[in-house]
Design a protein around this ligand. Structure first.
Ligand SMILES: Cc1ncc(COP(=O)(O)O)c(C=O)c1O
Length: 470
């Protein structure tokens, strides 16, 4: 080995740097949790940041500490004032599992390349499918994100419900699905990837709480079928992205049964409620779904990427893709659960089960019950605070930990511009991180409450700081 290679693989320097890094990260956690570090983001414009890292690399001699600089230049998701996009606040043990899996670099698509991770994946899958109330015919796999999982589910739906095997024969028939207008854009993208075009995605209007108007399903189905479309599936959102609204899954299930359609639930964010004794009722009807997507890396304390794609009848998932790569699966029987590459898009697949399993072995599902319940409760608390302040408005009563709200300012102001300006000022200020969304033409501020240490006082303070920025 050359000396650079020797240095790169030297176990003793790994030990030294690793010990120091863990101390650094533990300090970082403690600092964030105690709020002694005020800023959740130290905002710098993109070109400035790019220049910073170019200079960093070009710097001769003693550079600032690399990992500390990364921490200082990045979003602090591990801060109680992080309330932005829907990403998990990872539990530290799951981050340690990430370190282990990165060093081992076992794949999980093929059993031989990751015996432990494949076995763990099956246990993780069983934990979820049991929670949905499914029996041993159920199964599934883990995959790289909700977007890919939704596409995979819809490919399976097409295989099960389209009149021909489109994978092999192609089709000129206009296939389509029904989905709420509030669904995540990845459903739209999946439809287009499958070649169904704009006509393939039929958007069902939502009600005043942004839930699919399921009473319209029948008439829309009739109308679109008369136009010559072949509708094969309905996608329920549990919950929607912008407002966290749960579609009525029981109504969707009844409709799918009556019309022999595939029922898919995009539960990337909200299917995690199945683990909460207090909130699992939001998912009533999920037990009748054909497939469900749930991101462990959103509401289940797991670092990205770790998404579950689950099937009530797992046999369907073995038909999604033809097993083209025969060299990978030489002696595989049809239902070899341990070679998930047959059923997933990925060939090389991260050892994502390890991160989820690390939580199960350390804390059990009780951790998820406590966490989801606390976050959803906090959504209600925040709504209550907003209702008490006359100069603030709530977009909709929250069903989970996503809350949309806005400042009303002085009368006559352009509220869309005002709220967009407040958010920009808040990002530049750095003491809180929230996002914004547009609902029916109005701009709203939006929080997703994911940090286990966020308290009512933090939410009061958020509103005060926003007013300060006006
Ligand atoms: C309802 C819903 N589905 C799918 C996705 C996409 O998931 P991912 O970011 O894991 O690809 C999101 C992301 O916010 C979502 O909210």
């Amino acid at each position: 080995m050359s000396s650079l290679l020797q240095q790169a693989f030297d176990p003793e320097s790994f030990r030294r740097e690793g010990h120091r890094l863990i101390d650094q990260l533990a300090d970082y956690l403690a600092q964030n949790h105690s709020r002694s570090e005020e800023e959740v983001i130290s905002w710098r414009p993109p070109d400035e940041e790019w220049q910073f890292w170019r200079d960093f690399l070009d710097q001769p001699g003693d550079r600032p500490d690399f990992f500390q600089t990364v921490l200082d230049h990045s979003m602090r998701v591990q801060h109680p004032h992080y309330m932005g996009h829907q990403v998990a606040c990872p539990a530290p043990v799951a981050a340690l599992a990430g370190l282990v899996s990165n060093l081992m670099n076992n794949g999980t698509g093929v059993y031989e390349m990751g015996m432990a991770s494949n076995a763990m994946e099956r246990i993780v899958v069983d934990t979820a499918t049991r929670a949905y109330g499914w029996d041993d015919r159920a199964g599934g796999h883990l995959t790289s994100g909700g977007t890919l999982a939704n596409l995979t589910a819809l490919l399976t739906a097409r295989r099960a419900k389209a009149p021909r095997d489109v994978w092999v024969e192609g089709t000129s028939e206009q296939l389509a699905l029904l989905v709420s207008e509030e669904a995540h854009y990845c459903v739209d993208r999946a439809v287009r990837v499958m070649g169904w075009g704009s006509e393939g995605i039929i958007k069902v209007p939502s009600d005043e709480r942004y839930r699919m108007r399921t009473e319209l399903l029948e008439s829309i189905y009739e109308k679109e079928t008369r136009k010559g479309k072949r509708i094969i599936a309905v996608v329920g959102s549990a919950c929607s992205t912008s407002t966290g609204s749960y579609d009525d899954l029981e109504a969707i299930a009844a409709f799918c049964r009556a019309r022999d359609l595939w029922m898919h639930v995009d539960g990337a964010h909200g299917a995690a409620a199945i683990f909460s004794s207090n909130y699992k009722h939001l998912l009533n009807g999920i037990e009748q779904a054909d497939s469900v997507v749930m991101d462990f890396h959103k509401m289940l304390l797991t670092p990205a990427l770790a998404t579950g794609l689950f099937f009530r009848e797992n046999g369907h998932s073995f038909n999604t893709f033809s097993p083209e790569a025969a060299y990978l699966f030489q002696k595989a029987g049809k239902e070899d659960w341990y070679n998930s590459a047959k059923r997933t898009f990925e060939c090389t697949k991260l050892m994502m089960s390890l991160k989820v399993f690390s939580l199960l072995q350390a804390y059990g599902v009780g951790l998820w019950d406590e966490y989801v319940t606390q976050c959803y409760d906090l959504g209600r608390t925040f709504a209550h605070l907003i209702r008490q302040r006359p100069d603030w408005e709530l977009a909709v009563e929250p069903q989970c930990n996503i809350v949309c709200f806005r400042y009303l300012g002085k009368s006559g102001e352009d509220l869309n511009a005002l709220n967009a300006r407040l958010r920009k000022a808040l990002v530049e200020d750095g003491r809180f991180y929230i996002v914004q969304t547009v609902l029916r033409g109005k701009t709203w501020l939006r929080v997703t409450l994911v940090h286990p240490g966020t308290r009512e006082e933090d939410l009061e303070r958020l509103l005060d700081v926003l007013v300060e920025k006006n």
